[in-house]
Design a protein around this ligand. Structure first.
Ligand SMILES: Nc1ncnc2c1ncn2[C@@H]1O[C@H](COP(=O)(O)OP(=O)(O)OP(=O)(O)O)[C@@H](O)[C@H]1O
Ligand SMILES: *[C@@H]1O[C@H](CO)[C@@H](O)[C@H](O)[C@H]1NC(C)=O
Ligand SMILES: *[C@@H]1O[C@H](CO)[C@@H](O)[C@H](O)[C@H]1NC(C)=O
Ligand SMILES: *[C@@H]1O[C@H](CO)[C@@H](O)[C@H](O)[C@H]1NC(C)=O
Ligand SMILES: *[C@@H]1O[C@H](CO)[C@@H](O)[C@H](O)[C@H]1NC(C)=O
Ligand SMILES: [Mg+2]
Length: 448
């Protein structure tokens, strides 16, 4: 079969499209057929049939031949670096499609306006890290900010995938295709890299390196064409960090270089504030601007619960005593109230969780000593934010880090260099557990 096609390949027919072949044969037949019919009668009919059978075979053969050729040519053409990059450029130009929000939606004009500035910086000075506690509404706010006008913005969210598949999935969001036609030594050489440098790298770094080269080319094309940089948003980078910091550092370095070179606006979104104080010390972080998506206000939160069918009394108590303006907590409380639980019962569940986490630390650290710095500092935190230096000094870096870890969730870091307790229910739990009683009205924020 293959041999046959290869031979047909060389015949002049294969140089014509099936339609052209068909057209030429039909014209010839049309000229000859009256003569066939008249002179040869039935025999003529048989000949005509034979001719048309041959014709069909020829057309089919030509079609296959063409197809084989096409496959070779089109693969080379459609997979060339130029075509692959043209698709990525088109994706940036069209922008990512952000689905509509379905349930009752709290409008957050301040957060959205802040994020829109981040998405379209003028001029590009830094890359941005958007932080915010787990479930405070970062993803939704970023979506709201992009949805209005996604031109020039590609959005990608990291799920709980294994690390090695991260660059491939990001490439999917960028409409970028890895293939052997872009992996040529010439392609790399043009970009000042030896093929073996890439070939010897391990995944996911190898795929990242190839993707990054494509991204750089396309970002430059976008900027040249439109006079401003495109934007790449990578949401939930905490999922990457959980599996080790190396890939995240590579991405941060790229984000920094892209900002330094005025090439591409990279925006990273993370709920993991626990690493931020350290990352800030790293060189790539010096180029980062950190912005925060915070909770909604208590009033908005009560309103949100009312729209979700919670009665006013429970809504006010649930916000004041458990959830504050944290969406993920508001959603959980709505469910539990819907099952007939009382606000007190729900708080008790949270308190037990916090107590368990704290108890493990208390055993080590004698937090119940009311005169110790640790105890005093945690009690201070039940009233508001403290500067990170004060907390590091009183608690030590190890304990601070443990309290920040997302599985313990007692402390929360904020980009204005302060810590607070993680949420409303944690404030109340800590206050109860440590018997923090102090006069109100004292100034609480102690800037260093
Ligand atoms: N403005 C809003 N109005 C109504 N519901 C919202 C709003 N923002 C977020 N939510 C809801 O709150 C929940 C958490 O939101 P979202 O996923 O945006 O938070 P997140 O900060 O990105 O969370 P994570 O830290 O897990 O990434 C979702 O169920 C979402 O539907
Ligand atoms: C969307 O943003 C792009 C780039 O900033 C701009 O050129 C375009 O006019 C905007 N479109 C709308 C509908 O606002
Ligand atoms: C409580 O802590 C203070 C300060 O850290 C220390 O001086 C004191 O001895 C501690 N008291 C007890 C009973 O452990
Ligand atoms: C810092 O940010 C936190 C969280 O947004 C806030 O509670 C605190 O008041 C801020 N402190 C200052 C000094 O701005
Ligand atoms: C809590 O502290 C107050 C005074 O600060 C004290 O009178 C009370 O006994 C303490 N309660 C507990 C349970 O330690
Ligand atoms: Mg999110």
């Amino acid at each position: 079969m293959y041999r046959l096609l290869a031979e047909v390949d060389r015949s002049p027919l294969s140089e014509l499209l099936p339609f052209e072949v068909a057209g030429a044969l039909l014209a010839a037949l049309a000229q000859q057929q009256p003569t066939f019919r008249r002179v040869f009668g039935l025999i003529g009919g048989a000949v005509a049939k034979a001719v048309s059978t041959t014709f069909i075979i020829l057309v089919v053969a030509a079609f296959f031949a063409r197809h084989v050729l096409d496959n070779k040519n089109t693969i080379a053409k459609t997979h060339s670096p130029e075509i692959v990059q043209a698709r990525m450029l088109a994706r940036f130009e069209a922008g990512s499609v952000i689905p509509r929000f379905e349930k009752y939606h709290v409008s957050r004009p301040d957060a959205v306006a802040m994020l829109q500035k981040v998405l379209r910086p003028a001029p590009l000075e830094t890359y941005t890290v958007v932080v915010g506690e787990v479930g405070c509404g970062k993803t939704s706010a970023v979506h709201d900010a992009i949805r209005a006008n996604s031109t020039g913005i590609v959005y990608h969210i990291v799920k709980s995938e294994v690390l090695v598949s991260m660059p491939g999935l990001l490439a999917g969001s960028l409409a970028f295709e890895f293939n052997q036609f872009t992996f040529t030594a010439g392609y790399f050489k043009d970009r000042g890299i030896e093929m073996h440098q890439i070939a010897s790298a391990e995944e996911p770094f190898k795929s990242w390196a190839i993707l990054e080269l494509g991204l750089r080319d396309v970002a430059a094309q976008f900027k040249a064409k439109h006079g401003h940089v495109a934007t790449l948003v990578i949401d939930a980078v905490d999922q990457i960090a959980q599996q080790g910091p190396a890939l995240l550092h590579v991405i941060q370095n790229f984000a920094k270089a892209a900002a330094d070179e005025q090439l591409l606006n990279v925006v990273l979104v993370t709920c993991d504030g626990s690493n931020l104080p350290e990352l800030k010390a790293s060189s790539a972080m010096t180029r980062a601007r950190i912005v925060e998506v915070s909770d909604i206000t208590d009033e908005q939160a009560v309103d949100f619960l009312l729209h979700r069918g919670v009665n006013e009394d429970s809504a006010k108590r649930a916000v004041a005593e458990i959830a504050g303006g944290r969406f993920v907590l508001l959603n959980r409380v709505t469910k539990q109230l819907g099952r007939g639980q009382q606000v007190n019962q729900i708080f008790e569940e949270f308190r037990v969780d916090t107590a368990d986490s704290l108890q493990r630390l208390i055993d080590d650290l004698a937090l119940y000593n009311a005169t110790s710095d640790v105890h005093k500092t945690l009690c201070d935190l039940t009233h508001g934010a403290l500067h990170i230096d004060i907390v590091h000094c009183a608690l030590g870096k190890d304990l601070t880090k443990k309290l920040l870890a997302t599985n313990i969730n007692i402390l929360a870091y904020h980009p204005n260099d302060t810590y607070t307790l993680h949420s409303r229910h944690v404030q109340r739990s800590v206050s109860t557990l440590l018997n923090c009683t102090r006069p109100l009205g004292r100034p609480l924020f102690l800037a260093s």
